[in-house]
Design a protein around this ligand. Structure first.
Ligand SMILES: Cc1cc2nc3c(=O)[nH]c(=O)nc-3n(C[C@H](O)[C@H](O)[C@H](O)COP(=O)(O)OP(=O)(O)OC[C@H]3O[C@@H](n4cnc5c(N)ncnc54)[C@H](O)[C@@H]3O)c2cc1C
Length: 273
């Protein structure tokens, strides 16, 4: 990858890039299959370090993993929604992230969960917070010769919960009109929010961390009103376009609805309901 520079691209599951190459979206000379690199196939968890998902681990391995199911159910929500079973058997969350689609379904979940992308090149390793990884529609911040190795998630805190939701006009196999990932931590009485991260997709040129809404919720008691107000603030950061999937107004409305519902579910999970 280093010697071919911008003329090389990685191939993980191939569910985006093969379609794009057939559509002549890129002019490349080298496609590097990364699926056989052992480090990229590791899925590991420790109580102190949290979860590490190799960039070549397919979605099905993620959502069938018992540790992920128990400790990172928000990741299951997102990985389970990517395409159907055939796509999930190949598609990776690394590929979803590197593809940098504004509507990429795992990205708001990764942002909410405070994930970091671990990247390698002959210059060494570096870590990029996922909210800074996508720099424009279909554009990521990787430099030539850089490979995504893994995505790391901090260990879940006590009384924390997270959830991912998307809206599509049919039951499955469609591109999100809007999607939302949220994560929060409650105090020991499970009444007040101690930390929160709300991330939005398909309503801007890149998936967005809704900082103002996230900060608004911190210190608030859980109530229908506080969740509603937070969701209304999240709408302010959305700057969607109208296209064949939805209008600007519909997408902004959806941000409110999805944020509120995702927060309600995250609270339930944090309370252990
Ligand atoms: C029928 C169908 C249904 C789909 N449904 C959904 C859906 O519901 N939601 C959704 O979000 N997406 C969906 N997709 C899109 C796609 O499946 C996902 O984005 C998937 O997660 C991409 O992963 P991949 O491993 O196949 O990526 P690839 O196609 O292998 O790669 C995607 C991009 O990432 C780069 N890349 C991959 N791995 C690395 C790496 N390790 N380092 C650096 N760059 C890398 C590639 O060069 C390429 O540019 C669908 C696609 C199809 C064909």
């Amino acid at each position: 990858m280093d010697s071919y520079g911008s003329k090389a691209k990685a191939l993980a599951g191939g569910t985006d890039i093969l379609v794009q190459l057939r559509g002549n979206r890129f002019d490349i000379e080298m496609l590097v299959d990364v699926k056989s690199i052992p480090e990229l196939n590791e899925l590991s968890y420790t109580v102190s370090e949290g979860l590490s998902v190799g960039a070549a681990v397919p979605c099905i391995r993620i959502y069938e993993d018992s540790v992920v199911q128990q400790s990172y159910p928000c990741l299951v929500d997102a990985a389970f929604l990517i395409g159907g079973i055939q796509i999930q058997s190949r598609a990776t969350i690394g590929g979803n992230l590197c593809n940098a689609s504004p509507s990429g379904d795992t990205i708001p979940a990764l942002i909410a969960l405070e994930a970091e992308a671990v990247v390698f090149s002959k210059r060494g390793y570096r870590s990029i917070p996922v909210e800074d990884f996508c720099v424009g529609p279909g554009q990521n911040g990787l430099q030539d010769g850089e490979l995504l190795v893994s995505i790391k998630f901090p260990p879940p805190k006590l009384y924390s919960g997270a959830h991912f939701l998307r809206f599509i006009p049919r039951n499955e196999m469609d591109i999100a009109v809007a999607n939302v990932g949220v994560a929060l931590t409650l105090d020991s009485k499970k009444q007040t929010v101690e930390s929160a991260r709300i991330a939005l997709g398909a309503v801007g040129p890149t998936p967005l961390l809704a900082t103002k809404a996230s900060e608004f919720l911190v210190g608030k008691e859980i109530s229908d009103d506080s969740l509603y107000e937070t969701a209304e603030i999240a709408k302010q950061i959305a700057s969607p376009i109208t296209d064949m999937r939805g209008t600007i107004n519909q997408r902004i409305h959806l941000v409110g609805v999805l944020t509120r519902r995702a927060l309600q579910k995250a609270v339930e999970r944090a309370k252990g309901v």
